[in-house]
Design a protein around this ligand. Structure first.
Ligand SMILES: Nc1ncnc2c1ncn2[C@@H]1O[C@H](COP(=O)(O)OP(=O)(O)OP(=O)(O)O)[C@@H](O)[C@H]1O
Ligand SMILES: [Mg+2]
Length: 314
């Protein structure tokens, strides 16, 4: 069946500002001159959509922005990358999710953030649900920070799969105390579940990836990739399980958004025809490129960067 989009990425859209170098002494002075100010878009849907589009996939993003200058910036980046923004609602009454990352000399970061209501208030009423029938892959980033959508996702994933789409979901911290069941009950309708280690621990109460996998597979998880930061990722289809090591890069600038770029790369890999394990390797290479620059967006510009990293024998 011909689909209009390769990927429809539903979920969080945010704006990040990276302020470097900052330390505890800032309040002892009137003014601090920064070495670097970086602006980046953020949010699971935003970053994974941009990554996939830069890897050559026709992608649309579904989410909510506001009418402020931060949101204008986000739309500009999405459009410049070539992501279809027709399903992005612009709300006059919501506040935009913002994060200011204060980075110390050592690279440690402190985040000053405003959750914003743009993501919190996103519901199925904000978009035409039929968009999920027009994509080869429908992704959701991120479970547990979108309380207006989280409880609807079982129905939305089911709708997408009935129309022949593959479904992919990432997770985040349970900011609204919705509980693990919000995610666990959807696992049978998620073809590829891609949480981080901390999130998988929260969902299962287990501490070892193999045990987390066992618990998630028991609940109907089909294919699982647990992101383990610089330790790589744990991948299983329920039959075979493998750890795929992270790729090395000459200089790690900022790991913000590595997980979201990983998901974008993973989906692009699947669409290249790669199997679960090969797509996870492709995802790791995409994430490795993304951490070579500040913020979650910007370092990854094209597929050749990923192909170059893939030459490493990992
Ligand atoms: N220091 C690193 N060096 C190389 N690769 C890394 C490094 N940190 C992360 N990665 C790659 O990025 C992937 C995702 O990172 P991580 O596990 O931190 O995701 P995450 O917790 O979802 O991150 P975020 O939510 O901040 O985007 C890892 O599985 C790994 O492949
Ligand atoms: Mg993440």
């Amino acid at each position: 069946m011909d689909k209009q989009y390769d990927i429809v990425a539903i979920g969080t859209l945010a704006y990040d500002m990276i302020l470097r170098t900052v330390d505890e002494s800032v309040f002892t002075r009137d003014t601090t001159v920064l070495d670097e100010v970086g602006i980046s878009v953020g949010g699971g849907a935003m970053l994974s959509a941009i990554a996939a589009q830069r890897l050559g996939r026709k992608t649309a993003v579904v989410g909510k922005l506001c009418t402020d200058a931060f949101s204008d910036y986000c739309i500009g980046v999405l459009e410049k990358a070539g992501v279809d923004t027709s399903y992005v609602t612009r709300s006059e009454s919501d506040t935009m999710s913002l994060t200011f990352a204060l980075v110390r000399q050592s690279g440690d970061r402190h985040f000053l953030g405003r959750m914003g209501s743009n993501n919190r208030s996103l519901t199925p009423a904000d978009f035409d649900l039929s968009v999920v029938t027009r994509a080869k892959i429908v992704s959701y980033g991120s479970f547990l920070v979108l309380p207006g959508l989280d409880q609807e996702m079982l129905r939305i994933f089911r709708h997408a799969r009935q129309a022949g789409a593959l479904t992919v979901a990432d997770c985040a911290n349970d900011s609204y105390s919705q509980g693990p069941e919000t995610v666990l009950r959807c696992l049978p309708e998620i073809d590829y579940f891609v949480p981080s280690q901390v999130e998988a621990e929260y969902l299962t109460g287990e501490h070892e990836p193999a045990m987390m996998a066992q618990r998630l597979l028991e609940r109907g998880c089909r294919n699982l990739i647990i992101k383990l930061g610089e330790a790589g990722c744990y991948v299983t289809d329920g039959v075979t399980a493998r750890i795929i090591p992270a790729f090395s890069v000459p200089h790690v600038s900022d790991t913000t958004g590595a997980g979201d770029n990983f998901v974008g790369g993973f989906m692009a890999g699947l669409l290249e025809g790669l199997d679960l394990f090969e797509a996870a390797r492709y995802a790791s290479a995409t994430a490795a490129v993304s951490i070579t620059g500040p913020g979650g967006e910007g370092a990854l510009q094209n597929k050749s960067q990923v192909l170059e990293i893939l030459k490493q024998s990992k």
